[in-house]
Ligand binder design. Structure first.
Ligand code: SAH
Length: 271
């Protein structure tokens, strides 16, 4: 399974996604309901729930859903947030303001990880507020935790559907696990010294290609595939300039030995 090559997530990720519910409270613009549905569907989420929308879904909803209208058509409508989340194991409120709330807001990435864990034991709700006023205090009281997208504090409020998009993306990454975009960066060790420049790396790859020829590594096969894999491997290691010098030293000695062996070799295989 690989999110980057577009392969579908496995059955576990799909069944966890079914437990994740996006709840829109008191939405004022029907277009935002459609845009939120589209945002969800692109991230493999399908359970949309509406709480007392100001206006019922309409043509604007459909236009903005752009093919995700099935989520809107299937969305139950509740009169209150309490009813919409009554059966949930974990309820997370998305808030544009990091101040003024009693709950310590979680970072989206941590919130998504916790949502994934909670989804294994039952439904999980991610609750979004009204465009103008967000969630009121009573509604926030119903949430077990808050999540805040770390936007610019001077202009912190995202469009409702944009907030749904960002948090749905984080949920998808959490469900897809290790291979999801971003975790590779987190796993990469920071280089000890100055990161090797592009030219330094190309110098290393050039010398590596030469050395592999000299030791007859490819044995008649085209060198491209091995070189592609070796490049990937070295790039994963996040080499600094000193690492590159060390590796080039190893290659230089390898090449020197190959030249010596070449001079005396009978062409046979050693051992
Ligand atoms: N003026 C409102 C903004 C509401 S935006 C307010 O200050 O609360 C509509 C909804 O989008 C919010 O209730 C919240 O659920 C979500 N949202 C917007 N920006 C967000 C952010 N930075 N982090 C998390 N959720 C956000």
């Amino acid at each position: 399974m690989n999110v980057l090559d577009g392969t579908a997530p496995d059955a576990t990720a799909r069944s966890l996604a079914e437990q994740l519910r996006i709840v829109l409270v008191g939405t004022q613009h029907p277009g935002n309901i459609g845009a939120a549905a589209r945002a969800m569907k692109t991230m493999g989420l399908s359970k949309l729930v509406l709480v007392a929308p100001e206006k019922a879904p309409d043509r604007d909803t459909q236009a903005m859903a752009a093919g995700a209208d099935d989520l809107v058509a299937a969305a139950p409508v509740f009169a209150s947030l309490a009813e919409a989340v009554a059966d949930c194991r974990w309820v997370l409120g998305a808030t544009a303001r990091s101040r003024r709330i009693q709950l310590e807001p979680l970072h989206p990435r941590d919130a998504a990880q916790r949502a994934r864990v909670a989804a294994a034991s039952g439904p999980v709700a991610l609750v979004f507020g009204r465009e103008r006023t967000g969630l009121d205090n009573d509604e926030l009281q119903l949430c077990h935790a808050a999540v805040h997208i770390p936007s610019d504090p001077a202009f912190s409020s995202l469009n409702l559907a944009a907030a749904v998009q960002v948090l749905s993306y984080e949920l998808r990454c959490a469900l897809l696990g290790e291979e999801a975009g971003g975790t590779t960066v987190a796993r990469t060790r920071p280089p000890a010294g100055e990161v090797a420049s592009h030219a330094e790396l190309e110098g290393l790859f050039g010398q590596l290609a030469e050395a592999l020829e000299q030791i007859d590594f490819h044995k008649g096969r085209a060198p491209e595939s091995a070189m592609r894999k070796l490049r990937r491997l070295y790039l994963r290691a996040n080499l600094d300039s000193a690492d590159v010098r060390l590796l080039r030293g190893v290659l230089a000695d390898t090449q020197r030995m190959a030249r010596l062996a070449g001079g005396t070799s009978t062409g046979g295989n050693i051992g």
